[in-house]
Design a protein around this ligand. Structure first.
Ligand code: DGP
Length: 112
């Protein structure tokens, strides 16, 4: 089981902000911004490069859910960034697909 599956099954505690039968959203343990939430499918797709066409609806629903999660976190007006790290060059550290939702400060571009 990945660490995020253990969070979904409550084996590991996390500050959960939103949940459906398909995915869960919780605060990142090492926040890189005042708001840093991870949106994670309960089914462990390792990374976006390994997602299948059948995962498309789930991934779309996760993206759309980010709007409500960002609004609930107070980010609707100031804006926010969604990030998916894929593979070692991108800094992927947990092999379970997740969308980072970052906001609450001015974010730089390009990212480091
Ligand atoms: P990435 O580097 O894109 O694979 O992001 C993994 C993120 O997961 C990283 O920002 C830290 C976070 N993380 C790792 N372990 C835990 C944990 O046990 N709990 C929570 N809440 N976040 C975690």
């Amino acid at each position: 089981m990945t660490i995020f599956e253990k969070i979904a099954t409550r084996e590991i505690p996390a500050h959960i902000v939103s949940e459906t039968d398909e995915f869960i959203a919780f605060h990142d343990v090492h926040p890189q911004a005042p708001v840093h939430i991870l949106i994670v499918p309960k089914r462990a797709i390792p990374r976006i490069s390994e997602a299948q066409p059948a995962d498309g609806n789930l991934l779309g629903r996760m993206l759309l859910a980010s709007r409500e999660i960002a609004s609930a976190a107070g980010l609707a007006e100031g804006g926010y960034r969604l990030v998916i790290n894929n593979g070692p060059d991108a800094g992927e550290s947990v092999p379970h697909l997740h969308i980072h939702l970052l906001g609450g400060r001015s974010l730089q571009w390009p990212p480091g």
